[in-house]
Design a protein around this ligand. Structure first.
Ligand SMILES: N[C@@H](CCC[C@H](N)C(=O)O)C(=O)O
Length: 288
């Protein structure tokens, strides 16, 4: 492991990350290292930690197999050190870093992730990501658009839909009689049936046609101010609940950290667009 590593702190709608520049592919992002760096008091602080690494040197053969379509691999871990397959805000910050460092073409490129290659383009400072194809987690039980319940103390259980965006999501419909801002998300919500790999839980309320607001409790982190895969899941679920044809396929999703745009594309593909901000750079010494 090298003695010192360049890092960059960045965020996408205030979902924040520590990026570690491992362009030579020389070290491992362990659970311990990620949790240490993500700590907001004794580390740099972030909702997640991302290693920028050459795809061809990835240890996972499924990631290495993406090397012909994506030069760089987003090696992502949550703040508690656990691995996640995908991160929608993280991949935009990752793309902004590659762009700034001149490591990828302005015209667009693929990023390798644990859930396949994600295609990036830029619209000015907005980073646009083809997040790939979504799917219902349990299509057999989701006929009416609901397949689970989310329990939060002090509330009637919320009806919810489980979706797979590469990582797991449970989108809970919050009735208009419930104040979204007042929900207590300090503890992980109780989801039934339980998710074997854990789940991110989104709480969603419609605002207008094609426009919703959302709060999220992220697996491996806690409540965050935004979740890119989560806003995609929220838009897809709301679209399905509305009968699938209530708008033109473009959704705005307001989260505590800002606003993201989601487009529902053919073949169940979903596109995420939003900002990515690189805040600070530094060097950190890693213990051997
Ligand atoms: N914040 C991310 C999602 C990060 C991973 C998630 N916590 C998980 O464990 O699946 C996003 O922007 O999508």
């Amino acid at each position: 492991m090298p003695a010192s590593v360049r890092f960059t702190k960045g965020h996408g709608t205030r979902n924040d990350f520590v990026l570690l520049d491992d362009r030579e592919g020389t070290f491992a992002l362990t659970a311990q290292l990620a949790a240490k760096l993500a700590d907001r008091r004794s580390g740099i602080g972030g909702d997640g930690v991302i290693r920028v690494a050459p795809t061809r040197l990835a240890t996972d053969p499924d990631v290495r197999a993406q090397a012909d379509r994506a030069e760089w691999f987003m090696d992502y871990r949550n703040a508690d050190g656990s691995i996640a397959e995908m991160c929608g805000n993280g991949v935009r910050v990752f793309a902004a870093y590659l762009r700034r460092e001149g490591l990828a073409p302005e015209s667009g490129f693929g990023v390798a992730t644990r859930s396949g290659v994600k295609q990036i383009t830029f619209d000015g400072e907005t980073v646009v990501v083809d997040m790939g194809a979504w799917r219902l987690t349990d299509p057999e039980h989701a006929a009416d658009g609901m397949d689970s319940l989310v329990h939060l103390e002090g509330h009637e259980p919320f009806s919810a839909l489980r979706l797979d965006l590469g990582n797991p999501h449970t989108v809970a419909a919050v009735p208009p009689t419930v104040q979204l801002d007042a929900l207590n998300l300090t503890e992980a919500p109780d989801v039934k049936p339980p998710a074997p790999q854990g789940t991110n839980v989104e709480f969603v309320q419609p605002l207008a046609r094609g426009h919703v607001r959302m709060r999220v409790h992220e697996r491996g982190v806690g409540e965050t101010e935004s979740c890119g895969t989560g806003v995609c899941a929220a838009a897809i679920a709301t679209h399905l609940w509305a009968g699938g044809d209530d708008q033109d396929g473009t959704w705005l999703v307001d989260v505590p950290g800002g606003r993201l745009r989601v487009r529902l594309l053919p073949d169940n593909h979903v596109e995420l667009a939003g900002p990515a901000v690189l805040v600070a750079d530094g060097t950190i010494t890693l213990e051997g």
